[in-house]
Design a protein. Structure first.
Length: 438
């Protein structure tokens, strides 16, 4: 693999699997498919009808957000990024963004922050934040706090490190302040406010007593939008995320655990079309029954009211992947469409650029050997798929289990499969350019 830019464009699906070589791996991490990925569009979404069952909102004050505890950046600015693993990306425009990466520090992983003002063609290292990198947003995985696994910027100066601890910067990442907060599972900025999903404790399984809160960017005064978020009674509810689609539309999917032995693992989606003032609770859109019951494993939103779900089954006789999408914010759903999958490609992430444009990808695998990261595109709502990027790499056992896939608008998107490369599209997903993170 060279370090220069590589442009990839669509190729037809037939024959993809035949030229791939076998590899050694230890399987996917159970329940971890969505822990380290946020696939959310920041573009506006409109339309939608009320769901059958509404959920009331709350404006009471948040608990656990007491005074700030200031922590200055204690580590020097490090300039070598080539040996780090990308964990997360965040963008406030097509050109201005930040990267959270991981670097070994003793037996732990320490976070590194870098910024770009030219769309990722070059990166500038910022001082190391005073935190450790966690392997999950669950508090039980945070052995030496503060622990973080995600990065989001709301403006060019205000940003957040979280998962499950919470740190804030008001100077573009030069210094960070640790905030007294409940554990944070997910956080997404929007045009007017920042929305976060916090919880009380672990072990339900997954986070317990989830609460959705909002605050102006940079503020520590959080108000409750929705309390006691819960999933289907038979679902393990191990992971959840906040997805923003403009200033008004907010989704909070709560995912089940596909590795659970009992009960269905249906995803529950909370939806607000008025910036959190009122809420509807949507059932898992993947459908099916009995052995053919399908569970949503990833959710994406895009302009024009698009809401899309990547679906799979847990029954070996009906095993496979499909997508289902809506163009009215989940009020109704189009027919479910199968997506390409084979022994060496099991998609578990989805992002959307518009009402008919979707991309799917596979996460890193645990273990060692050769592994192909792949990005598939559909431009017709899931009826047909083509391979737009393929990257065979050697698995690195020390790399964190992290993937990034998202669109900044209807044309510009980024993908991180292999954690040392960033792929960029500027034409809605048809062509992708690969650049090494350095």
């Amino acid at each position: 693999m060279d370090n220069g830019d590589v442009v990839s464009e669509a190729t037809d699906v037939p024959g993809i699997a035949r030229d791939e070589q076998p590899f050694l791996w230890c399987g996917r991490l159970a329940g971890a498919a969505v822990v380290l990925v946020i696939v959310a569009s920041l573009a506006a979404s409109s339309g939608g009808a009320a769901a059958k069952r509404a959920v009331g909102s709350s404006g009471r004050a948040s608990l656990g957000t007491s005074a700030l505890a200031t922590v200055a950046a204690a580590s020097p600015r490090r300039t070598d990024l080539s040996s780090t693993y990308i964990v997360d990306l965040t963008w406030v425009s097509e050109d201005t963004g930040w990267a959270l990466s991981a670097a070994p520090c003793g037996r732990l992983l320490c976070p590194r922050i870098a910024a770009t003002v030219n769309g990722g063609r070059s990166w500038t290292a910022l001082p190391d934040p005073p935190a450790y990198l966690s392997t999950s947003s669950a508090a039980t995985y945070c052995t030496r706090p503060p622990c973080v696994d995600h990065l989001r910027f709301a403006t060019a100066t205000i940003g957040y490190l979280f998962g499950p601890s919470l740190l804030i910067t008001r100077d573009g990442g030069e210094t960070w302040t640790r905030v007294a907060s409940p554990p944070v599972e997910s956080l997404e900025p929007g045009p007017d406010t920042v929305v976060r999903l916090v919880y009380d404790h672990d072990g339900c399984p997954g986070p317990c007593q989830r609460t959705l809160e909002a605050a102006p960017a940079g503020s520590d005064h959080w108000r409750v939008l929705l309390a006691d978020l819960s999933a289907d009674t038979s679902s393990s509810a191990v992971n959840a995320q906040v997805i923003r689609a403009g200033a008004e539309v907010i989704y909070v999917p709560i995912y089940g655990n596909l590795a659970a032995g009992a009960g269905t693992q249906q995803t529950t989606i909370y939806r607000s079309l008025d910036a959190g003032r009122s809420w509807a609770r949507l059932a898992d859109p993947c459908g099916g029954a009995g052995a053919g019951l399908r569970d949503a494993i990833a959710i994406a939103a895009a302009p024009g009211g698009l809401l899309a779900a990547l679906c799979t089954t847990r029954n070996a006789s009906t095993y496979g992947y499909s997508v289902v999408s809506s163009t009215d914010d989940g009020a109704s759903w189009r027919a479910r469409r199968p997506v390409p999958a084979w022994a060496q490609f099991s998609p578990d992430h989805i992002a959307a650029a518009g009402p008919s444009t979707m991309v799917i990808t596979n996460s890193p695998a645990a273990g060692s050997g050769r592994y192909t990261y792949r990005l598939m595109l559909s431009s017709d709502g899931g009826k047909a798929w083509s391979s737009v990027a393929s990257d065979p790499e050697q698995l690195e056992p020390n790399a964190p289990y992290a993937t990034y896939l998202g669109f900044q608008d209807s044309l510009v998107g980024r993908w991180v499969g292999y954690q040392r490369l960033i792929w960029t599209t500027t034409d809605g997903g048809r062509h992708w350019t690969r650049r090494r993170f350095a």
